[in-house]
Design a protein around this ligand. Structure first.
Ligand SMILES: [Zn+2]
Length: 499
């Protein structure tokens, strides 16, 4: 519950009456949008490359809006403002209106407003009310069922969402029919009382103040595709059932003013420690859900491309060349819950993903970041890395991958002791023993199934990094040695070991 004295009537949600009008809500949204356009320089990137297609909104008639699909190659990108919609599609039967090869010709002439699902209709209303002429919606602006178009357009998400003048987020809808709840917001109610002779004896109450934790817990936020759609835009408006929340680089504001603050920093390549920032991104992204597990690479293509441009580095399947040793030190973090220890995580549904990439598992991952210490110069060195695609990077088939490194590869003895936390003692050349922590990618692997105390096994370990400080910190990749090709020992990763 939030409340205010009745003297504050400047905001639509604090105006008592029968209902909160759509027009009054849009006036408030327009204020926030114009403040951002006019005074937040880094919320507005200037020149942008337009999406390939946009939905053009030209007029509102008796039977709804006049809409058509336009190719943007003849439009002047400096004169166009467009919004983008981030939404849950829902199941196949509850999915949004779509452009296909069958209706493309028709949609270029006119998209019947009555054909549209509710969330898209509402996004059209909001866009038009904000005096913007164009809207980008994935299901309409990417030709559905056309693999080539999907492959090309899925690589352009950094531009589509990063360049949008506003991203409209259907935060409270779990499918395409939920809408943005534009006309259902209840007004504040007047409460009278006699608490104190010196204080006003009437207040306005709203029963549902903005709850930013609820905002973050929506179904939409669990979806893999949405991850970069919420990451890339500089300004977003989240439509909840009871109000909207504005979120740009300089302001986080609830429609009812119950929250008002500068937005917190998101991880970015400009962080003091960009490598850890990327690892936080991967940690969050890898937990998301997908309707099609094979989309896990493509749904991060836009964000990876943006990150790569910002930090001028090259990425290979979620790993960065410049921070190779740290980025290879990932471990699976299966979700908590019943069956966590008995149901093995799934291997990637994408053919050709190599074992060194965290994309090789459909599972949450986290990284082991050793405490900063003095490098011993023994860290893994990159010789060359190559990933070839049939078409566009990250959205087409993988043709070939190769990662060639120089580093210490040793067979080390692992002395197991029965323990809850999978710890073991590592014996280096039968001379020193140290505590280590081992995580094996495949549940049921021979290393973790031991029953005997003090059993000794030998494992091939590739040293990833080694630093000395208060304590020596080492990370190893557990590998299976395969063939020797062109003088190189070919290995396959199967786990991580931390000392
Ligand atoms: Zn702003």
């Amino acid at each position: 519950m939030s409340m205010t004295e009745t003297s504050d009537r400047s905001r639509p949600l604090w105006t008592p009456g029968n209902r909160v009008s759509f027009a009054s809500r849009m006036r408030r949204l327009k204020e926030l949008l114009h403040e951002c356009w006019d005074s937040h320089e880094d919320c507005n990137p200037g020149s942008t490359v337009l999406p390939t297609r946009l939905v053009e909104i030209t007029a509102e008639g008796q039977d709804g809006f006049y809409l058509r699909l336009v190719d943007t190659d003849l439009l002047d990108s400096t004169k166009i403002r467009y919004s983008a919609l981030s939404h849950c599609w829902g199941s196949a039967s509850s999915g949004p209106s779509k452009t296909t090869q069958a209706n493309l010709y028709l949609y270029r002439r006119r998209i019947p407003y009555s054909d549209l699902t509710q969330t898209i209709k509402d996004a059209v209303r909001v866009t038009s009310a904000l005096d913007m002429r164009y809207l980008w919606v994935d299901s309409l602006c990417i030709i559905q069922g056309d693999a080539k178009d999907w492959e090309t357009e899925a690589t352009r998400m950094a531009g589509v969402f990063g360049g949008s003048d506003l991203t409209i987020v259907a935060n409270a809808s779990s499918d395409a029919h939920g809408g943005l709840f534009l006309d259902s917001v209840a007004p504040a109610v007047v409460v009278r009382g006699q608490a104190d002779a010196n204080v006003s004896d009437s207040w306005l109450l709203r029963w549902h103040p903005a709850d930013l934790d609820v905002l973050k817990a929506s179904v939409l936020r669990t979806r893999g595709w949405v991850f970069q759609e919420l990451w890339l835009p500089r300004k977003k408006v989240f439509f909840e059932m009871d109000q909207f929340v504005w979120d740009c680089r300089h302001r986080l504001a609830a429609e009812d003013d119950s929250h008002h603050s500068p937005e917190g920093q998101r991880a970015s390549p400009t962080d003091p420690n960009p490598s850890m920032a990327w690892q936080r991104v991967v940690g969050a992204y890898s937990q998301k859900n997908f309707s099609y597990r094979s989309d896990r690479l493509a749904a991060l293509a836009g964000l990876t491309q943006w990150w790569s441009l910002e930090c001028k580095q090259a990425s290979f399947l979620g790993i960065w060349k410049e921070t190779l040793a740290r980025d290879l030190a990932w471990a699976l973090t299966p979700e908590d819950g019943p069956g966590k220890d008995t149901i093995p995580p799934s291997k990637s549904a994408i053919p050709g993903v190599p074992s060194w990439s965290w994309f090789s598992w459909d599972c949450g991952v986290s990284f082991w970041s050793p405490k900063a210490g003095e490098s011993t110069g023994l860290d893994l060195q990159l010789l060359d890395c190559d990933v070839r695609w049939r078409g566009e990077a990250m959205t087409s088939d993988i043709l070939m991958t190769r990662l060639r490194v120089r580093g210490l590869l040793k067979s080390l003895e692992l002395v197991h002791e029965v323990s809850e936390d999978e710890s073991a003692r590592l014996s280096v050349e039968n001379y020193t023993t140290v505590e280590c922590h081992i995580t094996v990618d495949e549940f049921g692997s021979y290393i973790l199934t031991h029953e005997d105390a003090s059993r000794i096994e030998t494992a091939d370990c590739l040293l990833l990094s080694c630093s000395v400080g208060e304590k020596t910190a080492m990370s190893f990749m557990l590998v299976k040695r395969l063939a020797i090709v062109e003088g190189f020992q070919v290995c396959q990763r199967y786990g991580l070991e931390l000392v």
